[in-house]
Design a protein around this ligand. Sequence first.
Ligand code: NDP
Length: 249
Amino acid sequence: MALTLEGKTALVTGGSRGIGKSIAISLAKFGADVAITYARSVEAAEAVKAEIEALGRNAKCIQADAVDFAQAESVVNEIVTDWGKLDVLVNNAGITKDNLILRMGEEEWDAVITTNLKSIFNYSKVVARPMMKNRSGSIINISSVVGINGNAGQSNYSASKAGIMGFTKSYAKELASRGIRANVIAPGYIKTDMTENLGEKVLEDIKQSIPLRRAGEAREVADAVVFLASDMSLYITGEVIRVDGGMAM
Ligand code: NDP
């Protein structure tokens, strides 16, 4: 069977930059119509939409705060109304607000937990109805190796990313009988805006901890998403796939 997403529709949250952008474009390259959401980067999001359209696919870019349940409902309603169905959801939107617990403010905790974890509840819940109607769907949640190993200074982030794994396995069990799959991708250190200010020393230490001895590319995360979105992975649900150069093994 050839790997194709022809005839599928997909939604990627946080698709304006970094890993989400790469995922959106890869899904389109394999034949899907793709909608992205974003928080602030209007021009970057419009550019991603144009890139998808240049590949001959339908595209949407919708400004929607992933934390807001009502906005998630309206995004999914718009896609289902205009495109007839939603086959693939990629929950990618995420932020970091790093600090040691002793210095971490309540706001830093709340912002990361709601943006990274509540957003997953919002979109996963809202897509259930249209996916159940089709008796098919693939939900792909972007976690992190930090959710597996923990990381000093990232307790809020690692809690949100570990939470994603527990949520996804539970939801996979709830939805399996309806033909809907839910899986996690846990990237390691990937070069994006999120990781660009880490500093030389931290980066060198990170690289030394990666068996493949290099940072990953956003495209390499996107490749795993394409597989989980496709019918090549129909018997895979509740799984966590690390895309981390071996970092968390
Ligand atoms: P970036 O900071 O480069 O991009 C983040 C994206 O999320 C942007 O599109 C941003 O939109 C969007 N976003 C942020 N907050 C919201 C919100 N409240 N509502 C809607 N969209 C939002 O991050 P990365 O590409 O590096 O990370 C993407 C995902 O991958 C995250 O979940 C991250 O935790 C995870 N990850 C990243 C790793 C890495 O090494 N980079 C490693 C492991 C996991 P806007 O442009 O409008 O701000």
